[in-house]
Design a protein. Structure first.
Length: 381
């Protein structure tokens, strides 16, 4: 714990920690009565594209589990729990909560939220849509609808698949979104960044962001293509093209060769191994965790000079914390009250958490919390 009897040294240490942190771094649907899956109208009508170009070096299965029944199209995680959601209009429950090893905890509803497909997580809230041009902002831990966002993106017929990308909009974050056969990008307020790019791979059911696999960042598109209708394709964000890397998820033990079909997708840091969750629609749904790449900070951004790390817009949370720290420092004397010291210690903990992870989403969330605590201090000093 830092003691505030030496105010200057405290803030100097804080500054160095913060610098080091970044210097290193509803459309047509066909329902299969057996699996109750949400199926692309072109289901099984497209040949197994690019299967010969599959990259098998990174697809070790970390774990898998069966969901509590069929119809659970989407999957997402905050690193503490895994959530799935039921896409059906007559579902008894819309959301299902599991431990990180797939043990069922509970099912629940959120008033005003139904028929969600793929989901995304930005470090604070979950996002999803019912294949409309409305995003639902959800706090699944507290089972509440936080907000809705109207989406404007030319050529996008509805938001079915969604992936949070912290680098969009100059580092302010945004989403890659689209329906079965389209893909565009929007900012956090739903405004268009990229109109539909007309992806060459279609039947996209789910998508997820990957900044760690070599050569990235990438999106992984979980599609209903191929002879088994569970092919994941790699999309290079910089060139906005598919790379030819593909994996057929029918390798998952328990895959239903007749009824299994792609659903939602998610990615997260699984104890230092960046992992992709693929939600296979069958009865019951099958959630498979594939290992993609080790999580290393140097894979995110090349090293930069300390002060230049404060310049890019993508360090908005970092800049905010730095500014607030300077304002708090100007208001404090060497004799700091215990309650203020306790809050500063909590701020230090969140900044340290951000410095210790290479997970961009988690780091942003920790810095956002640190900023909120500093704003509270400024309001009370």
């Amino acid at each position: 714990m830092f003691t505030m009897t030496n105010n200057a040294q405290y803030f100097f240490t804080f500054f160095i920690l913060v610098v080091l942190l970044f210097s290193a771094s509803t459309s047509a649907q066909t329902i299969n009565e057996q699996s109750e899956a949400d199926i692309c109208p072109s289901f099984k009508s497209i040949s197994a594209k690019l299967q010969s170009e599959s990259s098998e070096g990174i697809w070790d299965i970390a774990y898998q589990f069966s969901a509590e029944g069929p119809g659970q199209y989407g999957v997402e995680t905050d690193g503490e729990h895994i959530y799935t959601n039921d896409w059906r209009h007559d579902a008894t429950y819309t959301f299902w909560k599991y431990t990180m090893d797939g043990t069922f905890i509970e099912s629940f509803n959120i008033a005003g939220v139904t028929q969600i497909r793929d989901m995304a997580y930005d470090g604070t809230y979950f996002y999803g849509s019912n294949v409309s041009m409305t995003l639902y902002v959800m706090d699944l831990s507290n089972k509440t609808l936080v907000d809705t966002i109207s989406v404007t993106c030319a050529g996008i017929s509805g938001v079915r698949h969604i992936a949070y990308d912290p680098e969009l909009d100059g580092g302010n974050g945004g989403f890659w979104v689209g329906n079965w056969n389209d893909l565009g990008a929007i900012d956090m307020n739903g405004n268009e960044i990229y109109a539909n790019i007309g992806p060459t791979i279609t039947s996209i059911a789910g998508s997820a962001y990957d900044p760690y696999t070599e050569g990235g960042p990438y999106l992984w598109m979980f599609t209903q293509l191929g002879s088994n209708t569970v092919d994941i394709y790699q999309f290079e964000i910089a060139s906005q093209t598919f790379t030819g890397v593909m994996h057929d998820c029918s390798d998952a033990p328990g895959f239903d060769t007749y009824y299994g079909v792609a659903g939602g997708a998610a990615t997260y840091d699984n104890g230092g191994m960046f992992t992709l969750l693929a939600d296979i629609q069958q009865d019951p749904n099958l959630i498979v965790a594939y290992e993609l790449a080790p999580v290393h900070a140097e894979q995110l951004h090349p090293p930069v000079a300390p002060f230049s790390a404060f310049i890019p817009a993508r360090y908005a949370q970092l800049a905010r914390v730095t500014t607030l720290l300077a304002e708090v420092r100007a208001m404090l004397s060497d004799d700091v009250p215990e309650d203020v010291q306790a809050t500063l210690d909590e701020v230090e903990m969140h900044v340290s958490n951000a410095s210790a992870t290479a997970n961009t989403i988690y780091a942003q969330d920790q810095l956002r919390t640190a900023g909120e605590l500093l704003e509270y201090l400024l309001a009370t000093l």
